[in-house]
Ligand binder design. Sequence first.
Ligand code: DGI
Ligand code: FE
Ligand code: FE
Length: 188
Amino acid sequence: MDRQKALGIVKEQLTEHRYIHTCGVMETAIRLARQYGADEKKAETAAIFHDYAKFRDKNEMKQIIESEGLSKDLLEYNSELWHAPVGALLVEREANIRDTEVLNAIRFHTSGCENMSTLDKVIYLADYIEPGRHFPGVEEVRELAEESLDKAIIKALQNTIMFLMKKNQAIYPDTFRFYNNLVLEQRR
Ligand code: DGI
Ligand code: FE
Ligand code: FE
């Protein structure tokens, strides 16, 4: 889809702040895609739509998870996780995006999963390091992103998991699967 058309669709779903974040993710994702050999156009589309469902009503998302056969265990974990798989579904239906690689990158952008494609990883990392992000440790992840996609993501995951643990929150199993998979691969 044409970039301006896609941005126009997404703008209606988001706050000003989240729209600016989305533009940051788009620029960063295109750059990372070029650097690490993912499809730049798919990275652009996935980035634009990645937070499409961020502001959907929680009850609506819960109903979609139940009625559309999405993993029910999501409901036991933080509702912040829901906008990613629900977003993939709504982007397909409402914005007519049919590309499974793009939809998967949207689906896995919050939790990650065991076997992430390069495009999935590009969106995951772009979401974490886009210029509007200011959380502790982000600068270190930006520097790692210059040399290694996986090493940067490992650091981002460590930060996120420790942040959630300090808040006494549960960690969704797919996040651990993603983390373990990357760490174990580094040792090969
Ligand atoms: O939607 P964004 O704010 O741009 O970023 P995101 O989609 O990565 O959402 C991050 C939020 O999800 C953040 O507040 C942490 C929260 N979260 C809750 N439980 C988990 C989780 N993130 C991961 N990776 N794993 C969890 O188990
Ligand atoms: Fe998100
Ligand atoms: Fe985001």
